[in-house]
Ligand binder design. Structure first.
Ligand code: AMP
Length: 301
């Protein structure tokens, strides 16, 4: 089953405390999500890039079971983001953000995209995320969305309206606190579930993921890595592995959702081993399966 993703395709500049920096490398929430999900299922990508976007990167995305007919080229420069990680790599600052062609982005779904059974609304303005849902042919099997503090603070009413329309909300712990006003993550989750989503995934960086639905809580650690090179895109590639596995198996049972959370965690653990999407150039589905099995024995008791 296919997955529709709408989000950013970007050039990132990244500074890390111990592994130097990377300048103007491929990034963006939709890029990470799409490549991660494409290990499991076909992906349809909707985003905007500028005239400066290299054919090489476009070819890379196209080589991965990703339909690029919704990738618009607009006059101007591609979206750019610069981030600096702290000694504690769970914390980062945005040093620079140039919206460029992204500032006029209003996603339009090509006809063949409107009936995708799985939908991921990556981090963009919640009003635009809602506009994507308005274009769907009918109710999909699952709608998931992400957001960031910027929208929680600056577009709260649009975000609250969106949350009533989604099945799954994927955010990090800090964002969960901002949405709910609660410091305790379990209380925060309860409050957020009351806002509409059927379930909630809270990403906690190196501490893993907590999954909440009205009747259950499930916890998965992050895969213990000796070295994290660049955490950028971990959240989006987690979501890609998660939804990719669900789309591949077309099984939304509680047991399968739990497996999907582990697949998402596995893909994210590879992405952070190098800058940008570089690790995904060489990663194979066999590598994913191998680490999945390691993950199972890691958490078995
Ligand atoms: P993550 O580390 O999973 O939160 O995703 C990081 C990616 O999000 C980077 O590759 C950025 O290009 C992209 N990004 C950062 N800020 C924004 C924003 N305001 N809107 C859309 N994408 C963004």
């Amino acid at each position: 089953m296919s997955i529709l993703v709408v989000g950013s395709v970007a050039f990132d500049t990244i500074e890390t405390p111990h592994h130097g920096r990377a300048d103007e490398v491929l990034g963006g929430s939709a890029s990470y999500f799409a490549v991660a999900a494409s290990y499991f299922a076909p992906v349809k990508l909707v985003a905007v890039i500028g005239e400066d976007f290299p054919t090489r990167e476009r070819d890379f995305l196209a080589s991965r079971n990703i339909d690029l007919s919704g990738l618009t080229v607009a006059p101007g420069r591609t979206f750019r983001w610069t981030g600096r990680y702290h000694e504690d790599m769970n914390v980062r600052d945005t040093l620079d953000l140039q919206l460029n062609v992204f500032s006029d982005f209003s996603p339009v779904l090509p006809d063949g995209f409107r009936d995708a059974p799985f939908v991921f609304l990556a981090n963009i303005n919640p009003g635009l995320q809602g506009g994507v849902l308005d274009q769907l042919a009918g109710p999909p099997k699952m709608i998931a969305c992400d957001t960031i503090s910027h929208w929680i603070e600056g577009a709260r009413s649009e975000l609250l309206a969106l949350l009533k329309r989604v099945d799954l909300f994927v955010i990090n712990d800090e964002e969960a606190r901002l949405v709910s006003g609660e410091r305790n993550v379990v209380r925060a989750a309860r409050k957020i579930l009351d806002l509409g989503p059927k379930s909630l995934l809270i990403k906690r960086g190196e501490y893993g993921v907590l999954s909440f639905s009205p009747n259950s809580i499930f916890a998965v650690p992050a895969y213990p890595l000796e070295e994290v090179f660049d955490p950028t895109g971990a959240g989006d590639s987690f979501a890609g592995g998660f939804l990719g596995y669900l789309a591949q198996t077309n099984d939304l049972s509680e047991a399968n959702l739990r497996k999907a959370i582990v697949y998402g965690s596995v893909v994210a653990s590879f992405v952070v081993e190098d800058f940008s999407l570089r690790r995904l150039h060489t990663l194979t589905r066999d590598d994913i399966e191998r680490r999945y099995r390691q993950f199972v024995s890691l958490t078995e008791f």
